[in-house]
Design a protein around this ligand. Sequence first.
Ligand code: SF4
Length: 218
Amino acid sequence: MIDFDELIDKYIKKEHKPKGIGRYYPSEAGQCQRKVWYSYKYPSEIDPSLRKIFEMGNIIHDFVVQVLKSEKTPQVELLKSEFPFKEQIEDFMISGRIDNLIKVKLNNKIFLVEVKSTGSIKFIKEPPPHNTQQLQLYMHFIGIHNGLLVYIDKTNLKTKVFNIEYNKNDALKIIERFKILHSLLKNNILPKPEAKINGTEWMCRYCEYENRCQNNLS
Ligand code: SF4
């Protein structure tokens, strides 16, 4: 009998490349700062089950790209669906390939669309701050100031869409967070357990550093 789980695991496995201090990623913008700090100090391979969840997000994103570029949806024009990204800030860089972003033309206006897959859109009443922060950063650097956050239910492909207005102050605050992270990493100072103290403890359930964090180990 073929073990399909094993085939999928092998197919989606990627070479593990530890991250280097001084090069940061937009997806880290809204994450718990202590967790991001640990991920540079103690790089760990992504858990295979988590990797599958990420892969599901990629599959949904590709599906949305197909919908937007289809001849059946002429009201929207897909302009771009992959964004290589590099921004030097003082002595560090924010870079990466943003592959959950789409640039579209809708009613003659250009939007940056960030696609998020979710277990159920029923529970999405407002976009979570870590999602809007990421989009604010993209809008700031890419220079397109109309944003849409699209949540897609993985179980039935229903969607919920939020219009996100560009806010320069928010974008600058996020850049400031990266500056703080960079300084804490360079000086080997453990950040506060942000998720535990700012009401986003749910992030701790997906954190591979919980034991270390619990004991305040740097
Ligand atoms: S356990 Fe929670 S507070 Fe601690 S590093 Fe992980 S996400 Fe942050």
